[in-house]
Every structure is written in structure tokens, then in C-alpha cells.
Design a protein around this ligand. Sequence first.
Ligand code: SAH
Ligand code: DHB
Ligand code: MG
Length: 216
Amino acid sequence: MKRWDEVDRYISDTLVQPDAALAAALEASDAAGLPAISVSPAHGKLLSLLARTVGAKRILEIGTLGGYSAIWLARGLAPGGRLITLEALEKHAAVARANLERARLADRVEIRVGKALDTLPQLARPFDLTFIDADKQNNAEYFRWALKLSRPGSLIIVDNVVRDGAVIDARSRDAAVQGVRRLYELIAAEPRVAATAVQTVGVKGYDGFAIALVVK
Ligand code: SAH
Ligand code: DHB
Ligand code: MG
């Protein structure tokens, strides 16, 4: 076991309150055979805190899985706020729907089933926060959509932008790695955002997320 796993558990045990709905969401996801790739508890809480920081009334998520990060994000919504989360697979959406109901968030969260590139064009009004966490090869396209669906002050967060450090391998033949690299290039060349990325270690291994603030 890596030291950072233990430290991550220490952080979660100390600062992240035990929560029946979140625990049940992970159990139900596992029981349904979904992959164990939800954000960690500490990072879920970070998403929630960022939503609160920007006073988010409208949140967009791309990549629902079992709804674990959606629960964290929805809990960070301002009163009366709503979360729309996009998921390609009905099987995942069904698990997420049950998990969100159990968390008593179904009234604030809408799951749209279909490939995100097909469902994104149906969205019109800007979002205060977008969390991109679906198929990594489409990251750049998702970021373009997130930007289109933003206003100055909106936050765009992208998960898994380090990938065990594989991100610096320019000749990688991994489509996910190339997708993440295209995302970095797009962000670097985009004058409408101010952005950085944070490397993370913990129970999900060595990875990271990018944070972009839409400035104009
Ligand atoms: N955000 C979740 C984890 C998402 S895992 C959490 O932290 O709890 C990535 C999800 O994206 C999977 O459920 C996968 O089915 C979905 N996905 C993959 N390709 C997609 C696409 N083209 N459109 C929408 N969702 C997609
Ligand atoms: C994978 C996807 C994720 O969104 C994640 O957080 C971890 C792993 C994956 O596809 O392997
Ligand atoms: Mg992820």
C-alpha cells in the first residue's frame, strides 16, 4: 500500500463526513458491475466545494457512471439549482437514477442518456460549472462544448488529465492519452479561459484534474 493511500484515507476520515447515500451509491454501483472509477471521496467533496464557491445554480456533468460525483456536485448546488448529467449507457444511468433517488436529489438532477456529442447540442443556456469525466478521446470536443455553454465566471473542471504521468508521452498510442494532450493544447491556445492543472495522488492512484475559469 502506498503512503498516499493511507494519507488520502486519513484526509477522508478526518474531513469528509461518513454519508449513507454516498456509501450506498458506491455499493450499488459495485453490485451492478460498474467499474470502480468514481472520483474519490476527497475529490468529490472538492467538486462540491467548488460548486458552492461559484454559487452554481446550473451544473453540467459529462460522464455520470453510477452518479457518485453527481451526488457531490448536486449537493453543492445553490438553492433551486439544477444539475444535468450526460451518460452514454442506459445501464449506468439506471444505477445513477436509483442512487440519486436514494440521496433525495432526483428532483434536482436530470440524467440524459446518449452519447454526449449527440446530447450536448440540445443544451442552450449557460452553466456555472461543467465537470468533464467521460471518454477521454473526446475531451477537447467536450471542452469546446463546455466553453460554448459557459459565461464569464463559469468553471470547467476536467478529470484524469495526468494518467500516471502518461500525459507527457507525446508519442503514446493510447487514444485516451492523446485525447488529454489535445485538451491541454486547446486550453493553452484558448484566450477565453485562465487555466491550470493539479496533479493528485491518493486512493485512485496518480492522476490529476484541470481547472479552467472562463474569463471572457
Ligand atoms: N463522473 C463519474 C465517473 C464517470 S466514468 C464519477 O466520478 O462518479 C465515465 C462515464 O462516462 C462512464 O459511465 C461511461 O459510460 C461514460 N461515457 C463514456 N463515453 C461516453 C460518451 N460518449 N457520452 C456520454 N458518456 C460517456
Ligand atoms: C477511468 C476513467 C475515469 O473517469 C477515471 O476517473 C479513472 C479511470 C478509465 O477509463 O480507466
Ligand atoms: Mg474520472
